[in-house]
Design a protein around this ligand. Structure first.
Ligand code: NAP
Length: 306
């Protein structure tokens, strides 16, 4: 099969980058993949497990001469990395990223992209609660969405090539505007994560229920919350700091609904509770019908869209 790019550079070597590398290898999508991670420890691990064809000791060294450079670091670190690699980028190259927030990344990265280099932001909606160079696997993106967020007037050939890469890594690709992306993700991912973090924190604070009871009797609802709440603290801190407006908007609405349900419980309004739960059940059915989860009893625990 033909390569999509001769040389791809992955900056940051965690779950998302390592899964990209294995998916690129699986389908033979690049001639060479270089990689860089901040710590010597991660670079050492990458060399040991054969992650990337060549591990470099600086982001600039990895990016130099690459046809595609993908920034796979936490959202708050994107700007600094872009600043470092900007001067070595090859004319005609494409820079992309995988950040969970798009408006902030575009504002942080764009000023460092030189004339003649294309910037095509992206976000694969796939992940697990695991992180680091050893957590990746080739199938992560299979049948998951990857959203491309090109600026108006972006080079159509550069966008088409990146789409081809993601499709051949197994993903379904769609284009979306940055602000809309950030609002959609606030609803589908960011606010739910905050709620899970809160619920696990509440259980932990509730001294009348002992820790061992929480663990021993943890039913599906709580167990799913703990899985989500185990996600990487740096990544999620950055998501909330950089998708502030959309997340606060959704959390405001969430709080209003929560109060309404709280009142229904207090006043014994069973009809309201029943109607509400009937409406939400239909959404779950819709997700299964759309092929984004299975109806198995351990739904979503192996892989989760983030
Ligand atoms: P991860 O497993 O925690 O890996 C992060 C990588 O970035 C590590 O290699 C780390 O290097 C490096 N890094 C961290 N801080 C850095 C800094 N200040 N400068 C340079 N490099 C730095 O993270 P991930 O889950 O792959 O997430 C990467 C990106 O993908 C994030 O922007 C996240 O929002 C996005 N994303 C994540 C998911 C998900 O579910 N996890 C899904 C979609 C998109 P060291 O190992 O040396 O510390």
């Amino acid at each position: 099969m033909s390569h999509v790019y001769d040389r791809v550079a992955l900056i940051g070597l965690g779950l998302i980058a390592s899964s990209m590398f294995w998916a690129i290898k699986r389908a033979g999508l690049a001639g060479e993949v270089t990689g860089y991670a901040r710590s010597a420890e991660t670079r050492e691990t990458a060399r040991r497990i054969g992650l990337c064809d060549r591990i470099c000791d600086s982001a600039a060294e990895a990016a130099e001469g690459a046809d595609l450079v993908v920034l796979c670091v936490p959202v708050g670190a994107m700007g600094n990395v872009a600043q470092e690699i900007g001067p070595v980028l090859k004319p005609g190259a494409t820079v992309s990223d995988v950040g969970s927030v798009k408006r902030h990344v575009i504002e942080a990265v764009s000023p460092h992209i030189p004339e003649g280099v294309h910037f095509v932001p992206a976000h694969p909606l796939a992940g697990t609660e695991h992180s680091g160079p050893e957590s990746g696997f080739a199938e992560l993106y299979d049948n998951r969405w990857c959203l491309l967020v090109p600026a108006e007037g972006s080079d159509s050939e550069a966008v088409a090539k990146l789409r081809d890469l993601w499709e051949r890594m197994g993903a379904n690709v769609e284009e979306m505007d940055a602000d809309h992306h950030d609002l959609v993700l606030a609803v589908t991912s960011h606010a739910p994560h905050l709620i899970a973090y809160t619920m696990v924190g509440v259980a932990d604070d509730l001294r009348r229920v002992t820790d061992s009871e929480v663990i021993k009797y943890s039913a599906a609802g709580f167990r799913d919350f703990t899985r989500i709440a185990a996600s990487d603290p740096t990544m999620w801190r950055d998501v909330f700091l950089t998708n502030k407006d959309a997340t606060l908007e959704i959390l405001g609405r969430f709080t209003e609904e929560l109060f309404a349900l709280q009142r229904a419980i207090r006043t014994g309004d069973g009809e309201q509770l029943f109607d509400y739960f009937t409406r939400t059940r239909a959404i779950r059915r819709g997700i299964i019908e759309a092929g984004q989860d299975t109806d198995a009893p351990d739904f979503g625990r192996g892989k989760a869209a983030q």
